[in-house]
Design a protein around this ligand. Structure first.
Ligand code: HAM
Length: 432
């Protein structure tokens, strides 16, 4: 027996996670469907894994903030430390490393896992979200960057977005490493400066500056901030190191390919310590939704934690929450219909077994159909359609069963057609 005494259990879900009622699930399916379709069109293979991972997988590999503050973990009955995955990149790196000898490069994989982070729930941030992960392994050339960023742009365009609706901000950690070296920021300071820059947008200019001064001193802070103001000019003023060339080629090739909304931003670093090369973050340009929708980057050394053979990876994670917010803000979510094509109302006294046979015949012809077996008055059966979003309805009684002729009505236009099973099928097919 659930509940204690007369006290009822709350119907609310756990804080920061969502229930997906059918209408919500339909939207989620639409979003996943588009992500999947685009990833497959670029030749990526879908993979999956358990939400449970050994906690040790994340201890040195993911961001400090995630491990120290956001991970859901527990000890299992055997005393093992277990985590609910907070991100997919360590998992995919582990999986690739386990078959590194067998898999032909380039390896192109995608997945849409649910991830768990103990965050303060707010707009765009929940404790469980789903995240499309698109990753390529085994290619160090800039064409890998171009491809992966093109896929990111392609997905938003396929949802109906215009290039002016979003901005792809791009930078490179290898490029920043060069810059830091020039300024004299080195050793373990580098990771801290990265983390600080990653948090820059959540801080006031003053406290960002103050934290930098504490970390690297007044002079180096001035120099770093000065170079940031150069914007895109920085790419030409910096000596053309391998990293600068790689970043320049990526940006130029993306623009040549028509990805017009790529912009260089030296303050994009991304929060994970494993990124080593190009990093990027996609931003909504609408002032009502001024946030990062998703991001990713290149990681050279993650696989070497599992295998003697190293292999570079590059990819991105695109969250369902931020994607839905983006689509809502830009009014790009379609009106979702029910997946049921036809609602059959049962007239008083009709033989339900025979109606189910008709339904079976329709299902064999790939029409999705449901029978109202509530036993309610016909008028009530029909009224329930207001909330069902099903496009067609028919009422079946003894006469229809006998003649095998049915009147089918388009619920929205109220237009009616009558005919046998095949005619019903073609009316429905013509509509979809
Ligand atoms: P991330 O920036 O932590 O990267 O997450 C990527 C995206 O997932 C975010 O931009 C956002 O859309 C979504 N996201 C993250 N946390 C939450 C949350 N608490 N609630 C809702 N949405 C969230 C990664 O996770 C990298 N592993 C991505 C990657 C794949 N890099 C290379 N390959």
């Amino acid at each position: 027996m659930l509940g204690i005494g007369n006290k009822k259990i709350s119907t609310e879900s756990y804080k920061g996670v969502r229930d997906f009622f059918p209408e919500d699930q339909a939207i989620q399916n639409y979003i996943f469907g588009m992500m999947r379709k685009v990833a497959i069109s670029w030749g990526y293979d879908e993979y999956g894994a358990s939400v449970l991972e050994p906690l040790s997988l994340y201890k040195s590999k993911t961001s400090e903030e995630i491990v120290n503050e956001q991970i859901y973990s527990f000890n299992d009955r055997g005393g093992r430390e277990v985590a609910l995955r907070p991100e997919m990149t360590p998992t995919v790196a582990r999986m690739i490393a386990s078959k590194i000898q067998e898999l032909p490069v380039p390896i192109r994989w995608f997945s849409i896992p649910n991830l768990f982070r103990y965050e303060k729930p707010q707009r765009g941030r929940l404790r469980e979200h789903w995240q499309l992960n698109v990753d390529m392994f085994g290619v160090s050339d800039f064409w890998a960057e171009v491809e992966v960023i093109s896929i990111a742009s392609d997905i938003l365009r396929k949802f109906g977005a215009d290039d002016k609706d979003f901005k792809i901000k791009i930078n490179s950690r290898a490029f920043l490493d060069d810059l830091f070296k020039n300024i004299g920021i080195d050793g373990d300071k580098v990771q801290f400066v990265y983390r600080l820059i990653d948090k820059k947008n959540k801080m006031s200019d003053e406290s960002f500056r103050h934290s930098l001064v504490t970390l690297i001193g007044e002079e180096k802070t001035e120099e770093l901030l000065k170079t940031f103001y150069f914007g895109e000019g920085l790419l030409t003023t910096m000596n053309q190191s391998v990293a600068t060339k790689h970043l320049n080629q990526t940006i130029e090739t993306l623009r040549d390919r028509g990805v017009s909304n790529v912009v260089f931003d030296p303050t994009i670093t991304r929060g994970f310590d494993y990124y080593t090369g190009v990093v990027f973050e996609v931003f909504d340009t609408n002032p009502e939704n001024p946030r990062a929708i998703f991001g990713g980057g290149r990681y050279d050394n993650l696989l070497s934690s599992f295998s003697n053979q190293s292999m570079s990876g590059i990819g991105f994670g695109m969250g369902d929450v931020t994607t839905k917010d983006f689509l809502e803000t830009h009014k790009l979510l379609p009106k979702i219909k029910s997946r049921t094509d036809l609602y059959i109302c049962v007239a008083p006294g009709a033989d339900v077994a025979k109606i189910y046979q008709i339904a079976d015949e329709l299902k064999d012809k790939e029409i999705n159909v449901t029978v109202d077996i509530s036993g309610r008055k016909l008028s009530d059966q029909l009224k329930s359609l207001d909330k069902r979003r099903i496009p067609f309805v028919t009422t079946i009684g003894s006469e229809e069963l006998e003649k095998k002729v049915f009147v089918i009505r388009n619920v929205e236009t109220r237009k009616e057609k009558s005919g046998g099973i095949d005619e019903i099928v073609s009316v429905i097919r013509d509509n979809s």
